[in-house]
Unconditional design. Structure first.
Length: 338
């Protein structure tokens, strides 16, 4: 696995600790190369602030706490490739203070628990590579860990390998909602996972090629929806492409965490183009035999492409037209209209 090209071609890196620039008394902070995005987050007081990230590569970890409600973080240009927030640590990376490893959630480059978060026109990446760390077995390396209700991402690139996007909730009993539109998300193993009610509209999911001898090489989704939640992940009018060989990837496998064994994972993929990288014969697989995917809430509806071909009907559970009416952006997001 090679490190992504943007790290080789990007301009000056930031120097952490520099102070971001305020914009004439307005609730806007500008972050430029040499500044720190986290310093801008720390400077926010109250709701309704906007942080504008100017072109550059910002190698740092960004953590937005719950008290930064209504925050907007956006790139200064129309191209999300221009402003990149990136770091490189994994689940099994040891903390400098010797207190243990970071864990999956702690590996994230970008973390937010803030309700009403809006992110627009940025790249969020974790460029930690398995090949560089053969001694580490906890290879989950998250680009973004998001929990706050009403979190919205538009034209955002999310780049990593295993566990790219952790779309989760603030508590086991919470049904926090997230919305992703026109986003690009790439990875290999379970690279969109978690407990949130999350809608992915017109998103592009890309599976990476792995230098491994086994199949499948990975899965796009691994939802862990709470049993009481009627809505889990919904991918609508999206597409799945692959850098791997045909049939090397599954659409999903259910994640039933050891800390929430009552989870009932839910995923609907509808009106989405599935490329040849998806195994059309058997597009789902178990994570553990005790929780077979057939017992989960996995459904498809009017998908297209070679990866959507129905050759073994029992392996491709479909929604009826009547059922599909209950699996839309409006139904999943309720009274929230991002």
């Amino acid at each position: 696995m090679r490190r992504r090209a943007f790290l080789a071609t990007a301009g000056a890196l930031t120097v952490l600790g520099a102070t971001p620039a305020f914009a004439g008394g307005r609730r806007v902070l500008h972050v430029r190369p040499g500044d720190s995005v986290q310093a801008a987050v720390d400077a926010v007081t109250g709701a309704g602030w906007t942080i504008v990230v100017h072109p550059g590569t910002y190698r740092e970890v960004v953590n937005i706490p719950a008290d930064k409600a209504g925050l907007t973080v956006r790139g200064a240009t129309r191209d999300p490739r221009d402003a990149v927030i990136v770091f490189d640590r994994a689940n099994g990376t040891r903390k400098p203070d010797g207190s243990g490893t970071y864990g999956t959630a702690g590996s994230a480059t970008f973390t937010s628990a803030a309700p009403g978060l809006t992110v627009h026109g940025l790249t969020l990446a974790n460029d930690w590579l398995r090949a560089d760390h053969p001694d580490i077995t906890g290879t989950q390396a998250v680009a973004a860990y998001v929990t706050g209700d009403r979190s919205s991402f538009t034209r955002v690139r999310l780049l990593a390998h295993q566990d790219t996007l952790f779309a989760d909730t603030t508590a086991l009993t919470a049904f926090d909602r997230q919305y992703y539109r026109d986003c690009y998300i790439e990875g290999d193993v379970d690279f969109v996972f978690g407990r949130a009610t999350a809608v992915f509209e017109r998103c592009h999911f890309h599976t990476l090629d792995r230098d491994v001898a086994f199949k499948p090489e990975g899965m796009v989704f691994a939802p862990s929806t709470a049993r009481a939640n009627p809505h889990g992940f919904l991918a609508v009018r999206s597409r799945v492409t692959s850098g791997a060989e045909d049939g090397a990837y599954k659409i999903a496998r259910p994640w039933v965490p050891s800390y929430e064994t009552t989870a009932w994972p839910s995923l609907v993929v509808r009106e989405t183009e599935l490329g040849p990288g998806i195994d059309a014969v058997a597009p789902y697989v178990d994570m553990r035999a005790a929780y077979p995917w057939q017992s989960m809430r996995f459904r498809e509806y009017r998908d297209t492409g070679p990866g959507a071909e129905i050759t073994v009907p029992e392996n491709r559970p479909q929604l009826t037209d009547t059922e599909a009416a209950s699996h839309t952006r409006a139904v999943y997001l309720g009274d929230w209209r991002p």
